[in-house]
Design a protein around this ligand. Sequence first.
Ligand SMILES: *Cc1c(COP(=O)(O)O)cnc(C)c1O
Length: 368
Amino acid sequence: MSFSFLDVGFTYRSLKSELDAAHARVMESGHYIGGPELEAFEAAFAGACGARHCVGLGNGLEALVLPLRARGIGPGDEVIVPAHTFIATWLAVAQTGAEPVPVDADTDTMNMDLDLVEAALTPRTKAIMPVHLYGAPVRMERLRALAQARGIMVIEDAAQAHGGRDGDRSVGALGDAAGFSFYPGKNLGAFGDGGALVTDDADLADRVRILANYGARRKYEHELAGGNSRLDPLQAAYLAVKLKALPDWTARRQEIAAVYLSALADTPNLRLPVVAEGTEPVWHLFVIRHPRRDALLAALHEQGVPAALHYPVPNHRSGAFIDTHGHLSFPVAEDICATCLSLPIGPHLSTDDARTIAGIVDQTARRV
Ligand SMILES: *Cc1c(COP(=O)(O)O)cnc(C)c1O
């Protein structure tokens, strides 16, 4: 018996003829930067999110950095981020020169604790950057109200949550702007790096597009001191093919999560993820917690279950932030990092696979 944690090759094999056709079309088109394939994907992805604009970018990190830059956020400013997230959220803020101001996690959902956000706001706060971590959408109503009352931005870090929903709105259309990643392992992944900004704000989309293209709308007219961060048409053409399969792949993730949630509901010592009321998660990761996590992880590996860790080191204890944030304490985030373990989930697994894995996890969690 052997399962893989992630199998990006599965996504190629299951759409091979369409992806190969997309590849041939782009190669023969003579357009390798910009052009109709990119525009078609941008329109399709904006539509899928229920937003007006999508700007393809080089990666997910840039999709978080550029909306901050576009609004002049930088040194002296503060941006609220979750303490518990992939470090890119913090790095995006730090890259602008602004300060990431972390808020501890909610112990049930593992997302940013919305009760702690208001106390973290200061006159310097310019934006709130919630993360739909593990594919679980943050309930956004309170955040939007807090931000609107102060005239600050809400930028979703949507890198793990393509297709997720909060009420009747999709991830990508829940704040002022959203940054997506198309890193290969994400729910919607390219075959290389990629990212996108999604927004209803035409001016913001325009500024981000310029910033990602040397600050220029037209060649040699450099309006802004921009950089280079573009989604290439080859990746865009692949993504357009994969976008059509995303609802089926998401449904498979949701079926696997349902198997885990019911099969492990009574396992002693195991803590399962709690879904926030009114949200529809897309299960980028299925993260459980166990007090003897390292023993459980080792025992699962011995039995051919490739569990993984997301994320073992709290951001404020990482080398990147130890000098600026190491004196802070975020008890819930620290506890999640010490006890979390991710079970395999994805369209490459069947619900039978999930039942087998859940059986092993249940037995192992009882004895470690
Ligand atoms: C993957 C990820 C990013 C960054 O995306 P890249 O495309 O790898 O730059 C940002 N935030 C979160 C939460 C992520 O998981």
